[in-house]
Design a protein around this ligand. Structure first.
Ligand SMILES: NC(=O)c1ccc[n+]([C@@H]2O[C@H](COP(=O)([O-])OP(=O)(O)OC[C@H]3O[C@@H](n4cnc5c(N)ncnc54)[C@H](O)[C@@H]3O)[C@@H](O)[C@H]2O)c1
Length: 261
């Protein structure tokens, strides 16, 4: 029973932002569980690097260039996966992009720009994945929120630097509501929609460039450390696989306890 709960053989999983730090770990784990992983990213070089690692291990993956700000491109990608491979079984959205601007200086255009990838694209991805999955009555959609979608950034952690921008947390709070809304609509059609709420897992370039900031982040968690990407990626596999077949409309908090005190 246990291996079957996590067996993704024959499933086609599209990971948007799949070339990123967290998503590349998730793509590797999904492929290890048997999935064919479609790694879609703005950076084709990043997507191809992940695909090479997966294929070098004899597993299944393809790289696709995509800009998730482009509505028609998202729709076309999901249609193509369903047509070419026979099904779109899961979509994982790990894209993220922002420009940091202090709250009091942020223009309306900069605010809107922050929403474009972090919330508008999440909506488009959810809507289009749902459109393709609903007729076949099966599928899992996974988005990423953030601890900053649950609680405010603590200004004192950001000594000498700009605090995490307001549009980021607002967009990530919106993602939490997006999954509840869509899960309520789509549950009767066999679709599950969930969010993962990670705590801090800065990539190695951040850890190297500002170790004292990373220490302050680590001390804020109950576990006293930051996460590595693989520790969040396991939650992706769980929400894609049948192990979570009765889990929908929820948020899985994987934050080392950041939001619990
Ligand atoms: N890193 C953290 O500490 C942290 C904490 C909480 C939540 N998160 C969330 O986790 C997720 C993954 O974070 P990460 O640190 O691995 O990010 P990352 O920057 O390493 O990866 C994001 C990926 O999205 C791609 N991307 C950006 N804009 C795109 C677009 N328009 N179209 C297609 N692809 C695009 C990038 O090329 C990149 O590969 C994000 O949603 C982030 O908000 C991260």
């Amino acid at each position: 029973m246990l291996p079957e709960l996590f067996d993704l053989s024959g499933r086609h999983v599209c990971v948007l932002g799949g070339g990123g730090y967290l998503a590349s770990a998730a793509c590797r784990l999904l492929a290890e569980c048997g999935a064919h992983v479609i790694v879609a990213d703005l950076s084709m070089a990043a997507a191809e690097a992940v695909v090479s690692q997966i294929q070098d291990n004899g597993l299944l993956a393809d790289a696709v260039p995509i800009d998730v700000a482009d509505e028609s491109v998202i729709a076309a990608l999901f249609d193509r996966i369903a047509a070419d491979f026979g099904s779109l079984d899961a979509v994982v959205n790990s894209t993220f992009q922002y420009q940091n601007v202090p709250f009091e200086q942020m223009s309306l255009d900069q605010w809107r720009d922050g929403m474009r990838i972090n919330l508008d694209a999440a909506f488009l991805i959810s809507r289009e994945a749902g459109r393709v999955m609903k007729p076949v009555e099966r599928g899992s959609i996974v988005h990423f929120s953030s601890m900053y979608g649950l609680v405010a950034p603590i200004p004192s952690l950001y000594k000498g630097m700009d605090v995490n921008p307001v549009h980021y947390g607002v967009a990530k709070a919106g993602v939490r509501q997006l999954v509840k809304y869509q899960a309520a609509l789509m549950g009767r059609f066999g679709l599950r929609v969930n969010a993962i709420v990670p705590g801090p897992f800065p990539a190695s370039r951040v850890c190297e460039s500002d170790p004292t900031f990373v220490t302050r982040l680590a001390e804020r968690t109950m576990l006293g450390r930051i996460a590595c990407a693989e520790e969040i990626a396991g939650a992706v596999v769980y929400l894609v696989a049948d192990a979570s077949s009765f889990v929908t409309g929820t948020e899985l908090v994987v934050d080392g306890g950041w939001t619990q005190w």
